[in-house]
Design a protein around this ligand. Sequence first.
Ligand SMILES: *Cc1c(COP(=O)(O)O)cnc(C)c1O
Length: 452
Amino acid sequence: MPSTNSAWVARDLAHVWHPCTQMKDHEGELPLVPIRRGVGAWLEDYDGRRYLDAVSSWWVNLFGHANARINAAVREQLERLEHVILAGFTHEPVITLSERLTAIAPAGLTRCFYADNGSSAIEVALKMSFHFWRNTGHSGKRRFITLENSYHGETLGALAVGNVELYKDIYRPLLMDVLTVPSPDAYGREPAESAAGYARRRFADLEATLAEHAHETCAVILEPLVQCAAGMRMYDPLYLKLLRSACDRHQVHLIADEIAVGFGRTGTMFACEQAGISPDLMCLSKGLTAGYLPLSVVLTGERIYTAFYDEYAKLSAFLHSHSFTGNPLGCAAALASLDIFREERTLEHNRGLAAHMAERAAPLAAHPHVAEVRQRGMIVAIEMAADKAHRTPYPWQERRGLRVYRHALSRGVLLRPIGNVVYFMPPYVITPEEIDLMVEVAREGIELATCA
Ligand SMILES: *Cc1c(COP(=O)(O)O)cnc(C)c1O
């Protein structure tokens, strides 16, 4: 069989059920793209076409595909130990990674509990918070507070604390009940209002909910600074500052889901740094392994850790596990990634790239159907709207973003708009010239998608 796109697509569609996909779409004009290899910020298909990976393959890739340094680290680890049970046993990569993560994490996060994907890390954090309160004599605390438009993953606990209706609605009968407060998303502010002013105003809702429900609440869970899956909705760091002090006052945990925003996406290593706060629990995945392997971790501090530490017969231990918890190959990739951050001064380098993206994306704001161009570090989002003045969105049925996606593919760029939001979240190896291409193709795509 010739090794062409269409040959692979035919075999794929016979057996592979793709994630987050209406499979019928692939029978029509929406091509499935089989990828033969990746190099740096580029992916290449079986027909020899190349695509600039402007979404870091779903926000996971940091230093390009087939990165020589990370490849070597994983290969070296592979020759020594591919995996070992992490209960009762341990290994060098997980020890070193835990030392390195606790050294760079916000102050007070000294303990690492591993899982193997983002949703599982959220489950760990939720269970750990609930169990902490039980172990410390507060068994009435069993609820969670979440933000409108938040996303925390697809497993049932993670889905319950999320608030993207498209993913959640159908499963509602299966989900635990949560308290949901309005999002501080700065897109919702009044024309003359600052993002910080809006964050303060929205925080009043959360404060009121805490005042009423703290006695039955384990934790507030949120994505610091950017609610990515809801369309890169951004808010002011002040909200996190206010939240930290409110959680202390009301004796409620703060769970920071940095699964998407961690590892430099917002300009700092962790988004919480921009508010100068430390969460009680911090979830990491995606960029943790530079996008190489499934691995996640929940960091917490001594206060929570010691609440589980006792004689076995007290039955206070955290009896949670996943088969691939702390996988050595994933840890080796993560360590190589942290080496690159340090030695290549990635955060500093990214400031130049972010400034270049800002400059190139700015003119898009003048487009009659672009209601906002927003940015936080290495994330840029462009909000298309039917009516710019009133910020009226296009009806979702029109699938405007899909038109941008298809145009971009035809021009060799992988963009994957979320509804009406076109965004860039590129790997850090992208060049200024590649940024120019990415923004130009997005501009063309928006033009096409909004012209009729
Ligand atoms: C992707 C994501 C998750 C879920 O991670 P998975 O590895 O896909 O299960 C959770 N929270 C946020 C903020 C994410 O972006």
